[in-house]
Each structure stands twice: as structure tokens, then as C-alpha cells.
Write a protein that binds this ligand. Structure first.
Ligand code: AMP
Ligand code: MG
Length: 390
């Protein structure tokens, strides 16, 4: 058995990034950039009005000014502003030559002879200057960024309609266990519904990879071998659950050997999730996760997801919060690292009542997962603790 930190290192050391491809900007959300995005233009591209109002010369604002033009957004101004003149201008419209400020329409009133008058004591310039946000050559988004909606806006702004991104990982998923039926079926006595596969499909999709489902394999070495061979052929990663621990019908580790896998580890000093297998065959990988739904959920979040993200070119750790414990948390044994679901309330952490690895509905109330390290038995109220949001 190895520590979680060792297992994490073994897994991440195996990750080499997948090839790149161009995608439509509209499909780039959740993909990882494989190129730096560099600006080739100014933004804004011209000096523009930041408010609706009157473009004028700042030195003239204490006398009434003649309105010589109305400039809407998207129209180039036709007239030069000279002494005592102004143009009515809309937010986003191009500033006319000669003007050096825009009076807000709320700060003016009309005056006889097509004029306006400034009625306040102070005014800002209310101009967004050419290039103040973006200049040609600026690096706007780094290679390796997981694209969020705000990044899509930047791509659109500078016209990168086909960004270069890493290919999505293909992840084949199946469950093992003679006790399993599919969710649409009513379980007979001694059977339960397969929840793990659907949980993993959702987790893989949320991580931005492509899940493919291969059904349920019975606890039979022959069927298992067939299923593993079929799944590995068409995917970068295989995720299976169940059959990885010490029971009489836990055949996964021996079948992996028959299938030609290198087994890099098959047990981690962690609770939940101890019987976790990681294997490799050429450039394909397999995680055998424990059958208990909490174990497979947690192990995906802390081990499989970082691996998938690296394959897809994203090396950033997912952000963690550091928050104080809202109550004391104690445990009796401390020979394994233990992961605990928590509620986050008013910026404090409250462990959720949790009956162990099968208790997945405890996680529907969880805002995060905290860890208590090997050798430690107490997290004290008020103690700052790192929390991974889920
Ligand atoms: P195993 O790891 O195969 O020994 O399974 C451990 C526990 O998880 C057992 O109680 C199984 O019935 C349960 N389990 C296994 N696979 C699934 C699954 N796909 N969905 C829900 N529970 C499962
Ligand atoms: Mg089983």
C-alpha cells in the first residue's frame, strides 16, 4: 500500500498531453487552449464615449454649447468640435475630433438656440481611450487555460474563431458486479441499481472529457477480460468500478495482468478508496475504482480528474479554499488519510454525518471535501483547513 501523495505522483507522471485540434469558438467552452492568445489590435479600437451625453472641449463647459451633430454608436462622426460646440453622443460611439471629454446627459439641460448647459460643478472626462484595455502584442490568454465564458468573449473580441485546443480525452466506463441492474430496472432480491457508472459519466462530462458507457460486467474473469479489451481499444482511459478489493469475486487485478496491463499500484492508504488500481497498457490507462459509490466519487475527484486534466493540457490545480472548522472533528484511527464531506456555512466547515463509503446521499449536501492526514485524529474548531469544492 502506498500513500495518496505517492499514488498521485505516479498517476500524474504518466500523463502526456493529447494532440491538438482547431475547434469552433462556439464549441470551445471547457476545452484547454493549446496556444497563447495574442492581440493584434487595440481595444477599444478608437477613443469612445463611456456615457450617453455631449462630446465637447473641457475648457468650454462653463458656458452654453451649440449641439452640431448626433453621433450614434457605430457611426463615424462627421464634424469637428470647435470652440463653444458639442455633439450629442451615445455610449460606445466614436469621439469626434476636437473633443476631449463627454458630459453626462444627466448633468446638462437644454438652453435656447439648440444649445445645452452644464449644470454641475464637476465632470469626469468619460472617455474610454483607444488601446486602454488591449494593445497589439498583449498576451490575453495563456496556453493551458481551461476556457470559461469570459475567455470566449476575449476570443470573439479579437476574432479568434477557431482556437487551437487539446483533444478531449475519451473515457470508457463500465461497472462490475453480479448484484447490479440498470437504473430503469427494479432490483430483484439481493440486487441493487448501478449508480456508479452514471455518477462517473457525469463526472467525466463535467471535467470536459468524453464519457462512453459500456454497461455492466458480471463477476466473471472471462467477461471482464472481454470488456476490458473492448473498452481499452477505443478509449484513452478506462474507468471501471467494483471487483478491485479482497473478496472471492474481485477478479479485476488478475484479469488486468492477463490483459497485458502494467499495474502501477493497487492499494492506497486512504479512506475511502483504499482498493484503487492504476494500470497502463501502451498509451492507454485504466483506473479500477472501488465499488462503493462514495469511494468512486471521491477517487475520481482527487486522482482521476487531475489526470484527465493533464492529458487535456491543463496543469493548473483546481482552486482550493482555506476555511476554518465550524466544530471539532475527531476520529479514532489515524493510519490512513481520511476524506470527509463538509457543508460550507457562513465561511465555516461542518462535517456531514456520514456512514461510510456506501453513503453517497451524504454527498448531495456536501459543498466540499476536507482531508485529515495520516497520524492526525483531531481538527479543532477554528483551525484553517483546505477544502476542495465539489
Ligand atoms: P466491490 O468493490 O465490488 O466489492 O463493491 C463494494 C460495494 O459497492 C458493494 O456493496 C457493491 O454492491 C457496491 N457497488 C459495486 N458496484 C456498484 C455500482 N456500480 N453502483 C452502486 N453500488 C455498487
Ligand atoms: Mg463487486
Amino acid at each position: 500500500m502506498i500513500s495518496f501523495e505517492e499514488a498521485y505522483k505516479i498517476v500524474l507522471d504518466q500523463a502526456s498531453t493529447l494532440p491538438v485540434e482547431k475547434v469552433e469558438m462556439m464549441d470551445a467552452l471547457g476545452r484547454v487552449l493549446a496556444e497563447d492568445i495574442i492581440a493584434d489590435m487595440d481595444m477599444p479600437p478608437f477613443d469612445k464615449a463611456a456615457v450617453d451625453g455631449y462630446a465637447c472641449r473641457f475648457e468650454d463647459i462653463n458656458s452654453p454649447m451649440e449641439v452640431i451633430e448626433i453621433i450614434s454608436a457605430g457611426k463615424a462622426p462627421l464634424k469637428l468640435i470647435e470652440k463653444g460646440q458639442c455633439s450629442k453622443i451615445m455610449t460606445g460611439a466614436m469621439l469626434p475630433e476636437g473633443a476631449d471629454s463627454v458630459l453626462m446627459v444627466e448633468d446638462t439641460e437644454s438652453s435656447p438656440g439648440n444649445r445645452i448647459r452644464f449644470i454641475k460643478n464637476k465632470s469626469q472626462k468619460n472617455i474610454c481611450y483607444r488601446g486602454e484595455d488591449i494593445k497589439p502584442g498583449d498576451k490575453l490568454i495563456d496556453k493551458g487555460t481551461l476556457l470559461q465564458p469570459q475567455h470566449i468573449a476575449v476570443l470573439a473580441t479579437i476574432g479568434v474563431v477557431n482556437p487551437l485546443v487539446h483533444r478531449q480525452a475519451r473515457v470508457g466506463i463500465f461497472s462490475t458486479g453480479d448484484e447490479l441492474v440498470e437504473p430503469q430496472d427494479t432490483p430483484a432480491l439481493s440486487k441493487i441499481r448501478n449508480s456508479n457508472a452514471y455518477q462517473l459519466i457525469a463526472q467525466v462530462r463535467k471535467a470536459g472529457a468524453i464519457p462512453l458507457y459500456y454497461g455492466i460486467a458480471p463477476d466473471d474473469p472471462g467477461y471482464l477480460l472481454e470488456k476490458i479489451n473492448l473498452t481499452i481499444e477505443n478509449n484513452d482511459i478506462v474507468l471501471l468500478t467494483g471487483g478491485v478489493s479482497m473478496g472471492d469475486f474481485d477478479f479485476v487485478p488478475e484479469v488486468l495482468k492477463d490483459a497485458g496491463f502494467d499495474i502501477l499500484f493497487k492499494s492506497i492508504a486512504i479512506q475511502p478508496g483504499k482498493p484503487t488500481v492504476f494500470g497502463k497498457k501502451k498509451d492507454h490507462f485504466l483506473f479500477g475504482l472501488p465499488g462503493n459509490p462514495v469511494s468512486s466519487f471521491v477517487l475520481f475527484e482527487i486522482l482521476v480528474k487531475p489526470f484527465i486534466m493533464r492529458l487535456m493540457g491543463c496543469f493548473a490545480e483546481s482552486p482550493r479554499l482555506i476555511l476554518p472548522m465550524g466544530v471539532d472533528y475527531r476520529r479514532k484511527q489515524s493510519f490512513r488519510k481520511s476524506l470527509i464531506p463538509v457543508r460550507i456555512l457562513d465561511g465555516q466547515l461542518f462535517p456531514i454525518e456520514y456512514h461510510g463509503s456506501a453513503h453517497i446521499n451524504a454527498y448531495t449536501a456536501a459543498g466540499g471535501i476536507i482531508a485529515i492526514e495520516t497520524g492526525e485524529t483531531l481538527l479543532k474548531k477554528g483551525e484553517p483547513v483546505r477544502v476542495r469544492q465539489v
